[in-house]
Design a protein around this ligand. Structure first.
Ligand code: G3I
Length: 325
């Protein structure tokens, strides 16, 4: 509230947001906030398979390049999201026919063409996104179904293409899903044993005011214990997860949300500095949240900036709490 200090100025690691190139072009308030408040940017959608590789022999880097140019102008880091995912695959991929070798060629070419295009300009990549189900089993997908050991292969191919890029495994809902967390930790152990390159873990942190603090702290600690870099990669704190149409954002809810933001930042502060890759919010202001668009929850207010792209009370409270610790 009226604080002149920017949150980014008191953090020793990048503060990020996922962005949408259309909003960067069309909306001046959004654009101003994206450049003034954040020091790391992630494409919300435009580096995903369906958008960046729309046809077998055609890549479309135009929107990703726009985000990169904006970030460069702003001296922001760019985080790459995401090379391999079960969701938002291209139609041609879904229709693809071929033996195992053909599928491997497809995925290797996808990964390496993109990583090489952005070589030296993207600090880290979410190489594989959301590969495990809540029960810890491997999620069925085009990749899991056609390529044995596709996780390890994806990391090896990405590393070949840009040996300097940090390679992340990114997933959601580790808190309260111990089997999923265990599967991720087992994967890291297995990679280390086999010398498969992996440098970081992304914990998306799509949480809500009802999420349990102990579970959140625990998964951050367990992830940190791997020694890898840690990215809270898609933060938002839902206040109306049941989509109650009569929901009112009152002071009790605001306080609960503020407390959750503080929990995430103070837990992150306990991570050794060398492992702090950063904290990234999933979208800029409440108005643009995927929870409104994708989940059709019009009365959802999950971010640090409100519908008018103004700082919420939680913003100043977060600064106070970080300074106090
Ligand atoms: O652009 C088309 C538009 O032309 C079409 O008319 C409309 C009709 O459905 O769809 C539009 O595309 C949508 C796209 O967002 C852009 O708004 C897709 O349907 C929609 O599926 C897509 O949703 C994205 C979602 O990933 C897909 O699963 C969200 O924006 C994006 O925020 C969300 O992000 C994911 C992360 O990548 C991974 N972790 C979870 C996170 C939240 O789901």
């Amino acid at each position: 509230s009226g604080s002149a200090t920017y949150l980014k100025q008191i953090l020793s690691y990048p503060l990020g947001a996922s962005v949408n190139p259309r909003l960067l072009e069309e909306n001046a308030s959004y654009r101003a906030l994206a450049s003034s408040e954040f020091t790391s940017l992630t494409a919300e959608n435009h580096m995903k398979m369906a958008l960046i590789h729309p046809e077998a022999n055609r890549f479309d880097f135009s929107k990703g390049d726009e985000i990169l140019a904006f970030a460069k102008n702003n001296k922001s880091r760019v985080h790459g999201h995401t090379l391999v995912w079960h969701n938002q695959t291209a139609t041609w991929m879904k229709e693809f026919q071929g033996d195992q070798q053909a599928w491997e060629n497809l995925l290797k070419n996808h990964i390496q063409t993109i990583v090489k295009h952005y070589q030296g300009q993207i600090a880290g990549w979410d190489v594989v996104n959301e590969a495990f189900l809540d029960d810890g089993s491997l999620r069925p997908s085009l990749w899991a179904n056609h390529i044995p050991d596709y996780l390890a292969k994806s990391f090896i191919w990405a590393h070949e293409a840009d040996p300097k890029a940090l390679l992340f495994y990114n997933d959601y809902g580790q808190d309260g899903k111990p089997k999923k967390m265990e599967a991720i930790l087992n994967m890291v152990q297995d990679f280390k044993k086999r010398q498969i390159p992996i440098h970081g873990l992304g914990l998306q942190m799509h949480i809500s005011i009802q999420s349990k603090n102990e579970e959140i702290k625990k998964v951050i600690e367990q992830s940190t214990a791997t020694g890898l870099s840690i990215h809270l990669s898609e933060v938002d704190v839902a206040v109306n997860p049941k989509n109650n149409p009569d929901f009112v954002l009152d002071s009790i809810v605001q306080k609960a949300q503020s407390d959750k933001f503080q929990l995430l930042f103070t837990s992150f502060a306990n991570i050794p500095a060398s492992q702090q890759y950063g904290i990234t919010f999933w979208n800029v202001g409440d108005k643009d949240s995927w929870l409104r668009g994708y989940f059709k929850r019009p009365k959802e207010y999950p971010l640090l900036f409100d519908e008018a792209y103004q700082r919420k009370g939680a913003y100043g409270e977060l600064i106070e709490e970080i300074k106090r610790k």
